[in-house]
Design a protein around this ligand. Structure first.
Ligand SMILES: [Fe+2]
Length: 448
């Protein structure tokens, strides 16, 4: 069955067929000269027309990179991440490197990070990270010099004080989750197995100065969905419950403190920190339910997800929940220098126009105010990435960069905003000569 009606193959969810290399791109406005580096982004982009009940999360990885230098947009490149399906289609050898699971194509499609001087396309649930060159060519699958024993994740948390990555790995064949710490040199220095029931999907995690934060939500591996033709065999299960675990960063699995919360699903926390009284503050985009709608496409209901503050007294009682913003939103980001620390500003995609995509929101969590940027239904922002003006600049003194689907051209722009003039005229808009399909995550890789 060819899913021509599949919503994940329509509009700007549809894949692009061609890789692109373009130089000296047209710019309106002025790119800040301090921004020298690459803005990288990744999303799913099936290389062949998917069969069966294809899900957005399952497409082959495709990366986009924009290089800025001295106020100029030097190049834009887009490349498939070379999993086995991409290699077969192009009659190439499979990428070299270790493989944690033999089944599947080894797709990596969810985030792109730079750590210890290397770029990695990364994914949850078993696929190895794939190393990419600075020009986005696939180099090799990796297990970090033999130190990564199992699955990785799309959402490592980089501790700004230690330079370590804190990661939650899971795999449907395991009856545990795994806490992984990667050192600043890019090797795993410790793992902790955390027993859990039901093989849950766990997309993200959190850190504070004291704890690694573990989610356990009721979206579970459901093997019969494979026979039913689903590319993503995970579904909501009412009887699983939901909880948040606090694992002392130097602790063992026996030290984890679990706290019940009303059943829900969280793809992404904004941030978390220890407050002075010893409580843990955890801000999340909360979905009241997920993958139980009856839709065979397992769509995410973009209108029901809101920003919540969860307050946890370690070892005591339930999670205390407070809604901070009832606007539909996703893809929350914040200043990367504040990971695991108290913070004031959060930046999110605002689900205004097309599924998860529309404008942007900026939350001032101290004042309790929100700014809404909406450039209309023909200019649809993807995840906002915050880049501080300098190492010592104040929080929020910097830029927001986002890939924007420009429906008038049916191509993408990269828009650069000053974070402190969030709803004002962009500082610069860079025209890309290609469409950038709706995708997941990206990051800024600065060059000295
Ligand atoms: Fe994510």
């Amino acid at each position: 069955m060819t899913e021509v009606s599949n919503p994940f193959l329509q509009n700007n969810y549809a894949p692009v067929s061609d890789e692109c290399t373009a130089f000296n791109l047209p710019v309106s406005g002025q790119i800040p000269k301090e921004l020298t580096g690459r803005l990288m982004r990744i999303g799913p982009n099936p290389i062949s027309t998917p069969q069966g009940k294809h899900h957005w999360f399952s497409g082959n990885g495709f990366v986009h990179g924009l290089r800025l230098e001295n106020g100029e947009a030097k190049w834009y490149r887009s490349r498939f991440v070379r999993d086995d399906e991409v290699s077969a289609k192009r009659q190439l050898e499979n990428l070299p490197g270790p493989r944690f699971v033999e089944m599947g194509a080894g797709t990596a499609n969810t985030n792109i990070i730079t750590h210890a001087g290397k770029n990695y396309a990364i994914v949850e649930a078993g696929g190895n990270p794939i190393e990419l060159s600075d020009e986005l060519e696939s180099v090799a699958r990796t297990d970090f010099n033999g130190t990564l024993p199992g699955p990785f994740s799309a959402h490592p948390k980089l501790d700004p004080d230690t330079g370590e990555l804190h990661v939650l790995g899971y795999f449907f064949g395991w009856d545990c989750l795994q806490y992984i710490v990667v050192d600043p040199e890019g090797e795993v220095r410790k793992t902790v197995d955390i027993p859990v029931e039901g093989r849950p999907m766990i997309h993200d995690c959190g850190i504070t100065s004291r704890y690694f934060i573990v989610f356990d939500f009721p979206v579970l591996f459901t093997p019969q969905m494979i026979e039913e033709g689903y590319s993503l065999p995970y579904r909501w299960h009412d009887n699983h419950g939901a909880r948040v675990g606090l694992l002392p960063r130097d602790g063992t699995a026996a030290d984890i403190l679990w706290h019940e919360v009303d059943p829900c699903f969280v793809f992404h926390p904004v941030n978390a920190y220890d407050d002075p009284s010893g409580k843990v503050i955890l801000d999340v985009v909360r979905h009241p339910r997920l993958f139980d709608s009856g839709s065979e496409h397992l769509e995410v209901d973009a209108q029901t997800q809101n920003l919540f503050r969860w307050t946890i007294t370690p070892g005591e009682g339930r999670v205390k929940e407070e809604c901070l913003s009832d606007r539909p939103q996703e893809f929350p980001r914040h200043d990367p220098r504040r990971v695991g620390k108290s913070y004031r500003y959060g930046y999110c995609g605002s689900c205004d126009h097309e599924g998860l995509f529309g404008g942007l929101l900026k939350h001032d969590l101290e004042k309790g105010t929100v700014e809404h940027r909406d450039d209309g239904p023909a200019h649809l922002y993807q995840e906002p990435v915050f880049i501080p003006r300098s190492e010592n600049a104040d929080e929020d003194d910097g830029w927001i960069m986002s890939f924007v689907h420009n429906k008038e051209r049916d191509e993408a722009d990269v828009v650069i905003l000053h974070a402190q003039d969030f709803t004002g005229q962009p500082l610069a808009t860079i025209q890309l000569p290609a469409r950038v399909p709706y995708g997941f995550h990206g990051n800024w890789a600065p060059e000295p």
